[in-house]
Write a protein that binds this ligand. Structure first.
Ligand code: NAD
Length: 472
């Protein structure tokens, strides 16, 4: 399909969804719940096939990681929305300024929402937004990633089985189809992916004044304060840095640590990895890098850092290679003596490589973070509450987790999203419902229409009354 063909075809799919949305009117609470629970059913009944498809796409993907972070987390978000949707969609009565007048906020569906999703959690990042989209009474078109072809094709097939074509449609294709997709006049477009592509999306959406939610990436820092429990910090950081082999938008990207603690951190990380992953290459718990291109990019980051003076510590088991092109598995690595001239301190890493940068004075950490684009998440390890508070108020990030990493992403009551270069607009739980809802102001005028009378000419007497107010 060429670009023009895909544009015409996509346009006609969107039009039929829009027409159906207008014809059927706003979805009732029962229909919204039904859609949410059908998505749950789709995931639950096909979890084995979906897990196999993701594994085929990754080369190897830990089945546990897929069940937990793609299947269960999506089911959790959809069920949470199904439980609360009736309460969320109630009109909110607000104080009216005049007697006899009534004022409320009507929660109105936006219409048809476009979703462009990435490959790293192909179910979570499609069904997570859908939970808010369906709860808000919208219908949707989804374009999943071309880097997970087995999963995307299976999704298209399953969605066609579980949903009517006017409720949810999956469109398959690469970046070119993504380009055509992002140029459609949706009622809202939610994009999860890289900051670079995010700029294209926003530009394309601007053409039709389509509002966007951009869930982007970036470098999420971890600050270890002098009073942190180093062993606990190393364990919690490395747990997440190795989950999905670090291919997570909120993965800890680099660590800022006091000079005096760096040896303790290395020892704790080494010990922890050897216990969690006695084997890497032939271990079903350890996930592969998604493609050869991504694998090569990570190795290039390592060699660039080495050539510019970094010390690289491989945490591969003693009898194994550090990485293997056949399995596309890269063992965890720590990178010391890093500088901003190294690509690894410039690009989002998105793999199991962890730069560890030392500092002398605590304020250096805040200055460093504030001198770089605003991250999707920031992580702080340390016990002193005043210092935690200081860090929270002096840095800006999509989220902050204290004494752990990534924890916020699975808490349905918290908004999830970026700020600045890491994105705009948050979702999850009620925040997703609000994101994909139009909060419409509604006024029922009083019988006497007092506020209208106030605007009515002649003004002479009214102006005198107003002017008198300033002389008191
Ligand atoms: P990507 O930006 O390369 O691709 C994402 C999607 O956009 C894919 O479906 C792709 O086909 C489509 N696309 C590519 N070029 C396009 C174009 N010019 N116009 C329209 N669509 C286009 O991202 P990726 O490699 O799939 O995912 C990794 C990135 O996603 C990382 O930066 C990561 O941090 C980010 N991410 C963010 C979140 C979050 O919630 N904030 C979650 C997961 C991943």
């Amino acid at each position: 399909m060429n670009l023009q063909q895909s544009k015409t075809e996509l346009y006609s799919i969107l039009n039929s969804l829009k027409r159906a949305h207008l014809k059927h009117g706003p979805a009732s609470a029962a229909l919204r719940r039904d859609r949410l629970l059908r998505a749950v059913q789709l995931l639950s009944e096909n979890r084995i096939a979906l897990t196999a498809a993701i594994a085929a796409d990754f080369g190897h993907r830990s089945a546990y990681q897929t069940l937990l972070a793609d299947v269960m987390s999506s089911i959790g978000a959809l069920k949470f929305a199904a439980e609360h949707v009736e309460q969320w969609m109630q009109a909110e009565v607000v104080d009216a300024p005049a007697e006899g007048m009534q004022t409320w906020i009507q929660q109105q569906p936006l219409g048809v929402v476009g979703i462009i999703s990435p490959w790293n959690f192909p179910l979570n990042l499609a069904f997570g937004p859908l939970a808010g989209i369906f709860a808000a009474g919208n219908t949707a078109m989804l374009k999943p990633s071309e880097l997970t072809p087995h999963t995307s094709e299976l999704l298209a097939e399953l969605v066609a089985r579980y949903f009517e074509p006017h409720e949810l449609v999956v469109v398959l294709g690469d970046a070119e189809v993504g380009q055509a997709f992002s140029a459609l006049p949706f009622d809202h477009l939610v994009f999860t992916g890289s900051s670079t592509v995010g700029k294209h999306i926003m530009r394309a959406a601007a053409e039709n004044l389509v509002p966007v939610t951009l869930e982007l990436g970036g470098k999420s820092p971890v600050v270890i304060a002098a009073d942190a429990d180093i062993q606990q910090a190393a364990q919690r950081i490395m747990t997440v840095k190795t989950f999905n082999a670090g291919q997570i938008c909120v993965s800890p990207d680099y660590v800022l640590i006091p000079d005096a603690q760096v040896d303790g951190f290395i020892t704790a990380a080494q010990q922890f990895i050897s216990e969690s992953f006695p084997k890497v290459q032939h271990n079903d718990d350890y996930t592969s890098i998604i493609s050869s291109r991504h694998y090569e990019r990570l190795l290039a980051l390592l060699s660039d850092a080495r050539s510019k003076g970094a010390e690289i510590i491989s945490l591969a088991p003693a009898d194994e290679p550090d990485f293997d092109a056949n399995t596309r598995k890269i063992a965890p690595h720590l990178i010391l003596n890093v500088t901003d001239e190294m690509l690894i301190m410039q690009e989002e890493i998105f793999g199991p490589l962890l730069p560890v940068k030392t500092y002398q004075k605590f304020e250096e950490t805040i200055d460093y973070i504030n001198a770089h684009p605003r991250p999707l998440a920031a992580y702080y390890f340390g016990q002193d509450q005043a210092k935690q508070q200081h860090f929270a108020t002096h840095t800006t990030s999509g989220a902050l987790v204290i004494n752990d990493v990534m924890t916020h992403a699975s808490i349905d009551t918290l908004p999830f999203g970026g700020v600045g270069a890491s994105g705009m607009g948050a979702y999850h739980g009620i925040h997703g419902f609000r994101r994909f809802t139009h909060a419409k102001a509604v006024v029922l005028q009083s019988m006497d229409g007092a506020s209208n009378l106030r605007l009515r000419a002649p003004y002479e007497q009214k102006q005198a009354t107003l002017t008198a107010l300033f002389h008191n």
